[in-house]
Design a protein around this ligand. Structure first.
Ligand SMILES: NC(=O)c1ccc[n+]([C@@H]2O[C@H](COP(=O)([O-])OP(=O)(O)OC[C@H]3O[C@@H](n4cnc5c(N)ncnc54)[C@H](OP(=O)(O)O)[C@@H]3O)[C@@H](O)[C@H]2O)c1
Length: 258
């Protein structure tokens, strides 16, 4: 699918990667972008930059009414980017309860599912020229103890992405999953590690969509993990994740605050 001329909708567009998606979409010639945020006041700088190419939409992906209102407002969308996400930075045992897992599933899995359900009929209207893009993670490919519950949510979202690919094929909607390691945004604030820039991840994602890639690996880390998976080098993957988890706990402490 070509970005030029598309009508895109980005969830969580007010900051981080979502904001970079909006910039990259406009740069590549999107006709219009529905920029969604829970607080539309946080979209002012995007509207100041791009004027009537941007329409601000109030959207909480955990709220059925909010999602269905967005689908009514943005009835001409051809490219849906499910970017909104949350990370609690906890493992299950570390958390000691189900709340972080619930929160992450609510946004990272059910939020994506809710958006896909509401927008599938909208995307169907643009016959054979529409796409869904789900922002996943290398955490979809392998669990990582310090972000344990987040990885569960992103693995489930990957599975949903894969099956939606077949469900939406007949209506001509391609369904893309985007994989990334750490990205320098608010989500990773305070973590000292190698990180990709959100600008690079947004650019690589849109290039991947335009070249018809369904699984889009962005940044060095995603490419490295995919290579090990392709080589079926599971011991190395396991060890690499264990080493990184140990390194993370050493640097940040078990509660992430050190
Ligand atoms: N940063 C990374 O290292 C990394 C790596 C791989 C994948 N990802 C994924 O990339 C996506 C963007 O992450 P980011 O790094 O840009 O994170 P971020 O800077 O923390 O931004 C998260 C965005 O999601 C929005 N959001 C959260 N809950 C929402 C809800 N219930 N309804 C609507 N919007 C909601 C936030 O809105 P508010 O401003 O209202 O909170 C914010 O706009 C996420 O799906 C994340 O899991 C990130």
């Amino acid at each position: 699918m070509q970005i030029a001329g598309s009508v895109a909708l980005v969830t969580g567009a007010n900051r981080g990667l979502g904001k970079c998606f909006v910039d990259a979409l406009i740069t590549r010639g999107a006709a219009k972008v529905y920029a969604c945020a829970r607080d539309t006041a946080s979209l002012t700088s995007l509207i100041d930059s791009y004027g009537d190419k941007i329409e601000a939409v109030s959207l909480d992906v955990t709220d059925d009414v909010s999602v269905s209102n967005a689908a009514k407002i943005a009835g001409d969308v051809t490219l849906l980017i499910n970017n909104a996400g949350v990370l609690t930075r906890l493992g299950l045992i570390e958390a000691g309860n189900l709340e972080p897992l619930r929160q992450e599933l609510e946004v990272n899995l059910y939020g994506v599912a809710r958006m896909c359900l509401a927008f599938a009929p909208v995307l169907k209207k643009s016959k054979n020229n529409s796409a869904v893009v789900n922002m996943l993670s290398v955490g979809s490919l392998h669990g990582f103890a310090p972000f344990g519950t987040y990885c569960v949510s992103k693995a489930a979202a990957m599975s949903l992405t894969q099956s939606l690919r077949y469900e939406l094929q007949e209506q001509g909607t391609s369904v893309h999953g985007v994989y990334a390691g750490l990205i320098a945004t608010d989500m990773t604030e305070g973590i000292e590690d190698e990180m990709a820039t959100p600008e690079d991840i947004a650019g690589e994602t849109l290039a991947g969509i335009e070249s018809g890639l369904l699984d889009i690996d962005t940044g060095e880390r995603a490419h490295a993990v995919r290579k090990l998976l392709m080589e079926e080098n599971f011991d190395t993957i396991e060890q690499a994740y264990l080493d990184r988890a140990a390194g993370h706990y050493q640097k940040h402490g078990k509660d992430g605050s050190a």
